[in-house]
Design a protein around this ligand. Sequence first.
Ligand SMILES: *[C@@H]1O[C@H](CO)[C@@H](O)[C@H](O)[C@H]1NC(C)=O
Ligand SMILES: *[C@@H]1O[C@H](CO)[C@@H](O)[C@H](O)[C@H]1NC(C)=O
Ligand SMILES: *[C@@H]1O[C@H](CO)[C@@H](O)[C@H](O)[C@H]1NC(C)=O
Length: 367
Amino acid sequence: MVFSLQRGLLLVAQLLLSGCCIPAAPSPQNDFFYNHIFRTNGNKEIHFSGVKLQVSSDRPPASAVRGGNATLPCRFWYEPGLSSQRETLVRWSRLPAAGGQMGTDVLVSSGSRSQSFGAFRGRVARRQDFPGDAALVITDLQLNDTGSYRCEVVDGLEDQSTTVHLDLQGVVFPYQRAGGRYQLSFLEARQACEQQDSTLATFRQLFQSWREGLNWCNAGWLADGTVQYPIRQPREPCGGRGLAPGVRTYGRPNPDLHRYDAFCFSSAPRGEVYYLQPSSLRMNRTEAERACGADGARVARVGQLYAAWRFSGLDRCSGGWLADGSVRHPISRPRRKCGPAEPGVRSLGFPPAQQQHGVYCYRPHGE
Ligand SMILES: *[C@@H]1O[C@H](CO)[C@@H](O)[C@H](O)[C@H]1NC(C)=O
Ligand SMILES: *[C@@H]1O[C@H](CO)[C@@H](O)[C@H](O)[C@H]1NC(C)=O
Ligand SMILES: *[C@@H]1O[C@H](CO)[C@@H](O)[C@H](O)[C@H]1NC(C)=O
């Protein structure tokens, strides 16, 4: 990779120049001056004697959830082996959801020094449990930490890298606004998910949900800017019976001009969702908001209800107001008189605000 090698050369040049008077050029990617954090003594020697730098990784554990920790494995070694340690620079970057090699910096580390960047500042560290350990430890995982990360090791003029994919356990749900089907541009879809305490799903997440049974006839935006829909039982209004089950794609439509639904992703809840129906009264939407408030909580968002259903087994046969003005209820143990035979979060749509229902409230942990 020419691009990668050039960047490696630049990093090395900066390391060698550091401590000197010549300002190094910014990295082509992020205007960050590596030599400001990695001051070396300026006389590092580089030997090339047929020694090859190798970098590899394993799959990270599949148990990561929002708020938890994850370790992305990466290790490097030399062939043939070296008798003494060499100074290396480990650089972790995050690859964009839409593909491509230009990542954004996560962590740069050399010896005992390291620096984290952007949304990862203060949440990432390099593990150094054994020689050649370059694993990345991410704490307080966020929903949008899902994705591909590159572990790059730079040593002298050698620059090797490998890619690791981080998955979070969670739940994908289709989302429409009150206006109905196909109302959202790409940006609006992203905002709609965020407003419901979730994030646009990745293709891997949608595909995993399809394998677990998600069957949805409306197309929705994904994080990579594509529009897709997961079909398990092909039927007439849904692409026709002739097509095989699968995740079908509309490709990558113009993000501003075209409108679809959204597929949102949420993971472990950070609070408690519960059904509230004070003294068997039903409430219009305003009264519902007040009732949660009086209980020291807030009306739950859609993503919070899905997370409580998926991770805490929330089960209730009565519809309740949610923050977006919809009325839904979660079913973990399907039973007669309680809708379809599969578990799921049922939606009763967006009724007029004066209709009377219970409400699902949300209270963050520790409040
Ligand atoms: C994540 O790691 C941090 C720091 O090592 C630790 O304090 C915290 O308890 C860990 N959290 C979980 C959920 O394991
Ligand atoms: C990820 O989500 C957090 C909030 O949960 C936000 O602060 C951050 O900017 C997001 N990062 C990206 C790359 O969108
Ligand atoms: C809800 O009910 C209250 C009376 O309890 C009433 O004042 C309010 O206008 C109603 N709101 C809606 C949206 O119907």
